[in-house]
Design a protein around this ligand. Sequence first.
Ligand code: SF4
Ligand code: SF4
Length: 616
Amino acid sequence: GVEYAKNEIFHLTSSLHAGMEGSYLDRESKAMHAGLMDNLLMEIGDITQIATYNFPKGVIDVPLVQLGPGTVDKKKPVITCIGHNVMPAAEVISYLEDMDLMDDVEVCGICCTAHDMARRNKNVKIVGNLSKQLKFIGTGISDVVMLDEQCVREDIIDVARNYGTVVIATNDKVCLGLDDRTGDSVEAIVEDLATGKAEGVLILDAVTAGHVAVQTAQRLSETRKKRDTGLLSSKEIKEWAGKCTSCEACLRTCPVDIHISDFMKDAKEGNFASFVDAKELCVGCMRCDYACETGIPITHVMDSAARNYTENYVGNVRMGRGPITDVEIRNVGRPLVFGEIPGIVVFAGCSNVPNSEREIAVMAEEFLKRNFIVVTTGCAAMSLGSYKDEEGKTLYDKYPGEFDAGGLTNLGSCVSNAHALGAAIKVAHIFAKRPLRGNFEEVADYIHNRVGVVAVVWGTYSQKAHAICTGLARWGIPVLYGPSGMGYTRLLVGRKDKPETFKGFDARSGDEVILDMCPDELITIAENMEEAIVKIARNVMRPNDGAKGRVIKISHYMDIHKKYFGTVPDDLHLYIRNEKDIPITMKDEVMAILEKTDWVEKAIPDPTMVERLVRK
Ligand code: SF4
Ligand code: SF4
């Protein structure tokens, strides 16, 4: 599988990267195939690590694990692992287990590696999503930062250096100019790191890196004086704030327009409230730091002002559970395909936008309360666990973990996104008995026309996120990016003004028909959370919905549109096939709307876009 996928990606990227493919259809086809290969590799990757490290294997009632900087015991040596490839972090854990040191050394993670570390050992602490990396290192809590691959900040050494934290790079994709010490003895490397002869090293052997990380953290924690004092004191914050010249260079570079100079004026007088309020807006990009010619460490000032949040925040997250089980699919297959469970919403992505924690939680809860199945992975799953309601509860406290109506399921790290797709494929295979082998076209057609699943990727950051989404789209699953998705400059949006572009077949009669215009988007963006919620409610509709299912979906779509936009959707007539689709309590209102359009009743076909699947 790996060789096949590598070969395909090699040829596809050689065709696509320089814009050699002149046909948009061929280009999209190749891009989608590359995304599919990425999905395949993710699945192989997760199955391999599940088997190798004995991760939970589709366990429904996985435990909640602690999340947030406040869960880390600062009195112990602290190792913080960042990235996406758990191998070196797993060696840290294995070494600690072998030496019976798990209770003596604190191991925590940021970004997807954190999920997989917690799947490996539930005592691991998850600090949070990728935007937390510089903020957490800025607390000075970590003795050692261990990097693997992907989503690692380029300037991480510059920040770590300020606190005497050493950096161990472990992967040839992220070398950071560090000396390659792969062949050296553990003792020699530890000696250089612990005595300050080296501020970081590259070790391309995971076992050695694991041993070095533990032994270095143990030695450094005894000698590092700055730990626990990484954040600035009130006096230091005021001093830095007093140096601000109000030049506004920081404001001009800030992607979320935080008025830092105003906050500096307040902070100079000892009022830190505005910095505290800004903590959810700031994405930790540090552009302001680099822009400030006065040299004020702006983000550090901000994080220090919000000390309690930066250092002590505690949330939780349900441990990544891996694949959805066949039993669960059997239970939900029928209500999903006929629309009685209104849909599956997958929240994935990097959450690297202002207010992302609150927005993802609000979106997820909107659909959990409406009995959708909500699935999450990666940094989005951590963001959900970082946001608490007025009662101090996260969504993981409030909703069960099973893959069922009203359930919130954390599959695991980014590679576990393959299991969200796997669930849709299993509905086609287990519930509808569609063969899998060599049968991509039929399974994708089934998902697109019958399984109301939508993926939401909020705060996209990497090309990896785009690859995952492109792969999902190939299976007929609509993908919704948040505003940052505009950076990919690629949308696949249906032409509702041209019904003939929704042409397909009635598999019963063989007639060519215009299928229901749902989903009407395959890759799309929403400019804000409200628009995203409305688009999700619309894009879970499927041509195969039974009348009962469509009534439920229409009623959610209307209700959500009114709640967030204050109006009835102007495309309602496109989704009502006959009077049976109209929610009884909304009948008069809907009929009045339909009468103002050219709406006529439509027959409901057995929908397919693949002519060979016509049974006649
Ligand atoms: S680190 Fe925060 S305040 Fe600074 S530029 Fe980025 S978002 Fe704005
Ligand atoms: S760039 Fe520095 S000096 Fe200028 S307004 Fe921002 S914090 Fe103040």
